[in-house]
Design a protein around this ligand. Structure first.
Ligand code: GLV
Ligand code: GLV
Length: 322
């Protein structure tokens, strides 16, 4: 009999589902919003593989509900902090993800968010519609350019490096990065200097977060970190909301301790409409669309499917969390 695969989203690109349907019995959750926990716990029972997304928390309880035949979990994301990988590996369950394919899309979106924030695009655009645009005015809607600025990266993996490469043509004065271990070869390509977390905080005009969410990075951007930043600092996060103590960020923005923030990721997601961040003019919030480029999302769907097929056959996966 064919392997049983459960897919937690009905709306992933069909090309991935078709790959699976050639050799598997595929069941999908039927609604646009994430599958409720109790439904996931029911559906995973007896499945050989799970195709999930970052909206699904995969912990020991889910794995317990699955039973012995679950061989693989593949997430259509590069981040995998929603999956308890240790629990999976303990049970011999392999975990697949989708790095690399979304690097360029995410870097592009980060640049768009950075430019939207530093040149105040959404604020300015609103004025066109609400009558606030009275005349060209010399100092109205002025922002702060990347040119001659210092840009600091927190995390300098594939995505951070691609963001940095896109910033270089804007002629920053200096690019720095903070990582546990220096990456001299990658850094040389964009002339970036490895600095301590404190130095990055104290000296950057722009801070770009591009790290994974781990116990080490959880809420590392806290009140003390925002306190060290320059008052003209613009904070950009397209990684994970959990890296930030969001209350502290909001307070820093309200008190004008820092200038502005551009966020593609928040805590929680979606951000409630009454969240204080949404009352601030100096904040641009996007609904976690970093990799939302059509070709990218299609390929992410196919990679997720190929990861599952490889695991079911006991072969090397295209991208496996080890
Ligand atoms: C998106 O945030 C991803 O992890 O792919
Ligand atoms: C602006 O539009 C200028 O001409 O300086």
């Amino acid at each position: 009999s064919q392997p049983q695969v459960y897919v937690t989203r009905p709306d992933v690109d069909i090309s991935g589902l078709e790959l699976l349907r050639k050799s598997c019995n595929v069941t999908t959750w039927s609604q646009a919003l994430p599958v409720p926990r109790d439904e996931l716990l029911r559906q995973i029972k007896g499945k050989d593989a799970l195709y999930c997304a970052l909206t699904d928390k995969i912990d020991a309880a889910v794995l317990d509900a699955a039973g012995e035949q679950l061989k693989c979990i593949a997430t259509i994301s590069v981040g995998y902090e929603h999956i308890d990988v240790d629990e999976c590996h303990k049970r011999g369950i392999r975990v697949g993800y989708t790095p690399d394919v979304l690097t360029d899309a995410t870097a592009e979106l980060t640049l768009a968010l950075l430019l939207a924030t530093n040149r105040r695009l959404f604020e300015a655009n609103k004025e066109v519609y609400n009558g606030g645009w009275k005349s060209w005015a010399p100092m109205w809607m002025c922002g702060h350019g990347l040119k001659n600025s210092r840009v600091g990266f927190f995390g300098f993996g594939r995505i951070g490096q691609e963001i940095a490469a896109r910033i270089v043509p804007f002629k920053p004065a200096k690019i720095t990065y903070t990582t546990r271990t220096a990456r001299p070869e990658e850094a040389a390509k964009v002339n970036a200097e490895h600095v301590s977390f404190d130095e990055m905080l104290c000296s950057s005009d722009f801070i770009v977060v591009s790290c994974a969410l781990t116990p080490n990075t959880k809420e590392i951007f806290n009140a003390a970190a925002f306190e060290k930043m320059k008052t003209n600092c613009i904070f950009i996060n397209t990684a994970r909301g959990g890296v930030v103590d969001q209350m502290a960020l909001c307070e820093a923005l309200q008190a004008k301790r820092i200038l502005a923030a551009g966020l593609d990721v928040t805590t929680p997601e979606p951000l409630p409409l009454d969240d204080p961040l949404l009352k601030l003019d100096n904040v641009v919030v996007l609904p976690h669309i970093g990799s939302a480029d059509i070709e990218t999302r299609k390929e992410m769907s196919r990679i997720t499917a190929r990861n599952i097929l490889a695991a079911l056959q006991g072969c090397e996966m295209e991208a496996e969390v080890k």
